[in-house]
Design a protein around this ligand. Structure first.
Ligand code: 3HC
Ligand code: NAI
Length: 702
């Protein structure tokens, strides 16, 4: 009998239990086990009905993604579903945790579905660049109707059990113990014939009743959202087949689309993203059982932009927060903004008022530092000044309890130097949140020279608790994300000085799949920020180009970006849509002239290569210096913090798909034309020479 699929009898009900931790993925052994146990239950004359349930934390969470891209192993999942379709006894799927992808398809192949109210159901395949490939696109519309099925399949977002019951995906929500509830349900339906099969339902997919416009609209919306990704469009095609074709022909069409998708670079990229995010949580010298500290109460220093957002992150996760600033008025201002932000979420219907009250209730204000003695973690988010930060860490060292973690949200300063202002550098770490902190998923966890393993392990665990993707990085100016951003934005600006215009540069980048180009992003962040910083700095030395020249000129004119209605673009009042502005063109031409640059036509290819390859080269340097542990960590940073299109896999994965020899050749060409900043990283040069990939460093083939 199978190790991963168990069979037992409870009275006249046969119970098939999938036991394949951690998420009961449908690997080969599970598929085999399901076929065997089902046959056993059908052969047993004592068994009148069957319950299919998942052991451990969840029902089946999908196909085994690690089997994708490898030669298929028999039996296929289709054989399991055929066996369910052929069952002569009712099969009841009992769901808890996450019934996702193949897991939900398995449940759809059963005659009935019951679930606990905490269960979630979804078909997230689109997020892996594929589509449901085991009947999901054919059965779900038959069961719950085309519009709702389209929404679930194209978005990939799960629904909760209450919603699933409302749309007819579930037959019952079980109160109390799931197995007991499912057994009772199974006993109740044991005699009912004919057995209801989702494949036999026709009303919801009746060609004469389904408005074909739903598919046109879904395809249009999907194309707009996917930014070049093909998977959502394939999902629409497959659901359309459920209406246009009989069930078996629809299955065949779904299979064709699935296989096409599985072979795509888009799917390889998205699978890479899935595993990269999870690998980032594993640090070679930190054992999984490293002890961690309990974080129940957090102090945030600085009630400004970042402090307020970070406070919300912890309050949302149920953790007590004390928000600290210099004066009561500043604390009150910060608390006021937080309350306003929550109220806006409530008014959009995304948060219930009692939950908002609970969250607001978890955040208190404070100006007396002596009251911070009992906090488990402090996150400093005051002005970006080394002197101030050192003074603050010295003070925290005197006030906070011995094992409190002292973290800084600095985006540029040396975490090791800050740590030295305390008597406990092992308790000091960087926790670099991204703005807006309550929205952006990325958290760069900056490991200082002295940071202890316990502190690091605690912060990694904490990142998950607060819903962030934590990536451990080393200390350097800009860490991983901002350091690469700097080279990318530099090239965007130099291209403008050389002859391109903001709309051309941004167009190239958005067509690649970013939501915004570098100029529109600068307008959003505010041109005044960099301008103020640069005002205090000496001009670049001879031979180094001044990439801030255009932005500074615009800022001097009071064009700070979106907040003043004008920057690299102009904005109609109340609008965030960038509109090209002839005034900016004049400014740019003026700057080029001042700098002695003869403007020329710049090709889209040059824009693309200078923006992306500069970023990739910097990524390679970061990897070589050990600031990032793996190429895939860099990809995780860029996808979760900077809007890199997930279906491209991140900058390093993308570089592998282009081929490092080709990128290396371009870097050399640019180095000859534009100087030292383009010198290829030694690591990239070595990999290119060996015709290798960044993925090869992580022990994988691209
Ligand atoms: N296949 C293989 N491994 C999987 C997996 C899957 N479907 N789902 C999760 N895992 C692994 C993870 O890689 C991780 O491994 P690790 O511990 O070695 O890093 C482990 O299971 C635990 O996963 P998480 O850390 O993500 O655990 P969470 O509790 O945070 O989340 C989850 C659980 C919601 C199930 C989440 O893992 C998830 O979303 N998984 C993917 C679900 C999915 O996409 N299913 C569809 C697959 S495609 C499919 O079914 C095709 C079909 O149509 C034919
Ligand atoms: P901010 O100017 O909005 O807020 C700083 C707050 O710190 C102010 O409310 C100020 O009164 C308070 N403060 C100053 N000195 C203090 C002291 N001695 N004690 C208590 N409070 C004090 O700044 P912002 O943007 O929130 O940045 C804070 C930190 O976060 C900086 O280190 C910055 O580099 C970093 N950061 C900023 C990001 C951004 O996009 N704004 C992104 C990531 C990091």
């Amino acid at each position: 009998m199978s190790d991963v699929v168990k069979f037992e009898k409870r009275g006249h009900i046969g119970v098939i239990g999938v036991d394949n931790p951690p998420v009961n993925a449908l690997g080969q052994a599970v598929r085999q086990g399901l076929i065997e146990t089902l046959a056993k239950a059908l052969a047993d004359t004592d068994v009148q009905a069957i319950v299919l349930i998942g052991k451990g934390r969840t029902f089946v969470a999908g196909a085994d993604i690690s089997e994708f891209g490898k030669p298929p192993k028999e039996p296929g999942f289709a054989e399991v579903l055929d066996a369910l379709d052929a069952s002569t006894k009712p099969v009841v799927a009992a769901l808890h945790g996450t019934a996702l992808g193949g897991g939900l398809e398995l449940a759809l192949g059963c005659n009935y579905r019951v679930a606990v109210k905490e269960a979630k159901c979804g078909l997230p395949e689109v997020k892996l660049g594929i589509l449901p490939g085991a009947g999901g696109t054919q059965r779900l519309p038959r069961l719950i109707g085309v519009p709702k099925a389209l929404e679930m399949i194209v978005s990939g977002d799960p629904i909760n059990a209450t919603q699933a019951r409302a749309v007819g995906l579930l037959d019952e929500i079980v109160e109390g113990d799931l197995l007991e509830g499912a057994l009772t349900f199974a006993a109740r339906v044991a005699e009912q014939r004919p057995l209801p099969r989702v494949r036999d339902l026709t009303a919801n997919v009746d060609k004469t009743k389904v408005d074909p416009a739903v598919f046109t609209k879904a395809a249009k919306d999907a194309a707009a959202r996917a930014r070049g990704g093909q998977a959502p469009l394939r999902c629409v095609e497959a659901v359309k087949a459920a209406v246009e074709l009989p069930f078996d022909a629809g299955l065949k069409r779904e299979r064709e689309l699935f296989e096409e998708a599985m072979k795509s670079t888009e799917s390889a990229a998205l699978r890479h993203v899935f595993f990269a995010e999870r690998t980032a949580a594993k640090i070679p010298d930190i054992a999984a059982d490293t002890p961690t500290l309990l974080i129940r109460k957090v102090a945030i220093l600085g009630a400004g932009t970042m402090g307020g957002g970070i406070a919300m992150v912890f309050a949302n996760a149920g953790i007590q927060v004390v928000l600290v600033d210099r004066e009561q008025a500043l604390v009150d201002k910060g608390l006021g903004i937080i309350a306003k932000n929550y109220a806006a979420t409530v008014s959009k219907g995304k948060l219930a008022q009692p939950e908002m009250d609970a969250r607001v209730g978890r955040i208190s204000g404070e100006i007396d530092w002596n009251n911070l003695g009992d906090v488990d973690l402090v996150i400093e988010a005051v002005f970006e000044e080394m002197g101030l930060k050192k003074e603050i860490f010295g003070k925290l060292d005197r006030i906070c309890k011995k094992d409190a973690i002292l973290a800084t949200n600095t985006s540029t300063l040396d975490v090791n130097e800050i740590a030295q202002s305390t008597s406990r550098p092992e308790q000091v770490i960087g926790l670099h949140f991204f703005s807006p902190a309550n929205v952006m998923r990325l958290l760069e966890i900056v490991r200082g020279k002295a940071t202890s393993k316990t502190v690091l392990a605690t912060c990694l665990k904490l990142s998950k608790t607060i819903g962030k993707v934590g990536v451990v990085v080393g200390v350097c100016n800009g860490f991983v994300g901002n350091r690469m951003l700097h080279t990318y934005f530099r090239e965007a600006q130099l291209l403008i000085q050389d002859g391109a215009l903001p709309a051309q540069v941004d167009g190239v980048i958005t067509r690649f799949g970013f939501a915004m180009g570098p100029c529109a992003t600068s307008d959003l962040a505010g041109l005044d920020v960099g301008w103020r910083i640069r005002k205090g700095l000496p001009k670049p030395p001879p031979g180094v180009r001044d990439s801030g020249a255009v932005g500074d000129k615009l800022a001097e004119m009071g064009r700070f970006g979106q907040k003043t209605g004008a920057g690299f673009y102009k904005y109609e009042p109340g609008s965030r849509t960038p509109v090209p502005d002839p005034v900016v063109e004049e400014v740019i031409e003026g700057v080029s002239k001042e700098l002695g640059i003869e403007r020329r036509a710049i090709s889209d290819d040059e824009i693309f290569e200078r923006c992306l390859y500069s970023m990739i080269n910097e990524g390679a340097k970061i990897l070589d210096e050990g600031i990032a542990l793996r190429a895939s960590d860099i990809d995780t940073v860029w996808i979760n913090g900077y809007g890199f299109p997930p279906h491209r896999g991140g900058p390093m994965f993308y570089a592998d798909t282009v081929g490092l020899p080709r990128i290396y050749a371009k870097l050399q060409e640019f180095a000859a034309k534009y100087g030292k900043v383009w010198e290829p990283s030694a690591l990239l040069a070595r990999l290119a020479k060996d015709n290798q990939t960044f993925a090869s460093l992580d022990g994988k083939k691209a």
